[in-house]
Design a binder for this molecule. Structure first.
Ligand SMILES: *Cc1c(COP(=O)(O)O)cnc(C)c1O
Length: 406
């Protein structure tokens, strides 16, 4: 298996972590072909996650837009509410197979932490989550959920006290305990073998779509659209179609509120430079001297300064097209999907919907478009309600605070 995707990827870590990554590479190579392992994973996907997730024909949207036929892959119906569980479960199962007792993970918004904590609870492993102090404060609902699943939270107080400091703290901790601990990375990035491993577990999304669309339309789709943070739901959706050159693959980055540094998380379409950060080579939003830039997005899952190395390579080769959606475009796509199809998109997934709303009307009626609804939007109510009904929401929160303090 290659350690690079074109010029990107690799394994840029200190000597102390090499043995951990070597062991993981061997285990992944072995178990990704092991029938018993794959059967157990398959059984968990069916009975615990609830797969296959449906591929819904979006009849109202198709009629309304008057262009291509639209289908929506409902990853939001997976247990814990998003695609992240596919990867978390796969890695925790792998860790269990190779005799690890504990899994650790970093989390920013908390979605990956929740998925990892749930998977660890299900499979009977200890779980410790590293999270920046700033994120712990602003993501209490997810901190609460992780605790319900029995995870221990390490509050990281270094640096900016956010995701990248949590990653560093988690990596540092791993060097001291990898003999009995596995580090679950949450997107298709990090040092080899993580990008391969995450893609392997997430490609269930694309494999199911290929089968489902074959049954419903008896042909390949013409366009696939997914939102792209680190890139795990997009690479998972695209992988089984990469060789089908006629299928357009479109990844949607977070356009935020503007084009200035700090206002968005557009890595590819903004021509961000290559760099080596967090153990791998890819494209990063960074200053001329290699400092990671702050990012902004209305969606907690798309505001990452880097991107998975395979997607960076597929972008350069022209196989995956990149576009972006602004915060307000995502918010109105979120409202459109709720009203038109009765689907509450996660704000991340709403970026894919926003791009789809522009693309679909331009396509002829015999074309087929699939949008990945990577997650459901219940988790975003503190953001969406505050944006859309500020007065009512503020009053409600005020009443709740009063009720708790009385
Ligand atoms: C985390 C998250 C994303 C972004 O991560 P990728 O690795 O790019 O898929 C997208 N959608 C949802 C619902 C998420 O929770």
């Amino acid at each position: 298996m290659p350690k690079y995707f074109g010029q990107y990827g690799g394994q840029y870590v200190g000597e102390v972590l090499k043995p951990a990554l070597d062991e993981l590479t061997k285990a992944f190579q072995k178990y990704s072909k092991d029938k018993k392992f794959l059967m157990e994973y398959q059984d968990l996907l069916a009975n615990y996650v609830g797969r296959p997730t449906p591929l819904l024909f979006a009849e109202n949207m198709t009629k309304d837009l008057g262009g291509a036929r639209v289908y929506i892959k409902l990853e939001g119906l997976a247990n814990t509410g998003a695609h992240k569980i596919n990867n978390a479960l796969g890695q925790v199962l792998l860790a269990k197979r190779i005799g690890k007792k504990t899994v650790i993970a970093e989390t920013g918004a908390g979605q990956h932490g929740v998925a990892t904590a749930a998977a660890a609870a299900r499979l009977g492993l200890n779980c410790e989550i590293f999270m920046g102090m700033v994120d712990v404060a602003r993501q209490q609902p997810n901190v609460f959920l992780m605790k319900q699943y029995g995870a221990k939270i390490h509050v990281v107080t270094d640096g900016t006290k956010t995701l990248k400091d949590a990653v560093n703290a988690c990596l540092k901790h791993w060097t001291s305990c990898f003999q009995d601990t596995h580090y679950v990375i949450g997107s298709a990035l990090g040092p080899y073998p993580y990008p391969d491993m995450v893609r392997f577990f997430q490609s269930i999304i694309g494999r199911e779509i290929k089968k489902q669309i074959q049954q419903k339309e008896n042909k390949l789709p013409d366009v696939l659209i997914a939102c792209c943070g680190g890139g795990s739901n997009s690479i998972g959706m695209f992988t089984p179609f990469i060789k089908d050159k006629k299928v357009r693959l479109i990844a949607v980055e977070a356009g935020g509120i503007g084009n200035k540094p700090g206002q968005h998380a557009i890595r590819i379409s903004s021509d961000s430079p290559a760099g080596i950060i967090e153990g791998y080579k890819s494209r990063f939003l960074q200053t001329a001297d290699g400092q990671v830039l702050p990012t902004h997005s209305i969606s907690a899952g798309l505001d990452y300064a880097g991107i998975g190395p395979e997607l960076a390579d597929l972008a350069e080769k022209g196989r995956v097209e990149f576009t972006s959606a602004r915060d307000l475009e995502a918010l109105s796509a979120y409202q459109y999907m709720a009203r038109t199809e009765g689907l509450l998109f996660a704000m991340e997934s709403a970026h894919a919907a926003a791009a789809a709303l522009k693309i679909i009307p331009k396509l002829s009626k015999n074309k087929i478009v699939v949008i990945n609804m990577s997650g459901r939007g219940d988790k975003d109510i503190f953001i969406t309600a505050a944006e859309l009904y500020k007065k009512e929401w503020t009053e409600f929160l005020g009443q709740e605070i009063k009720r708790l303090c009385d």
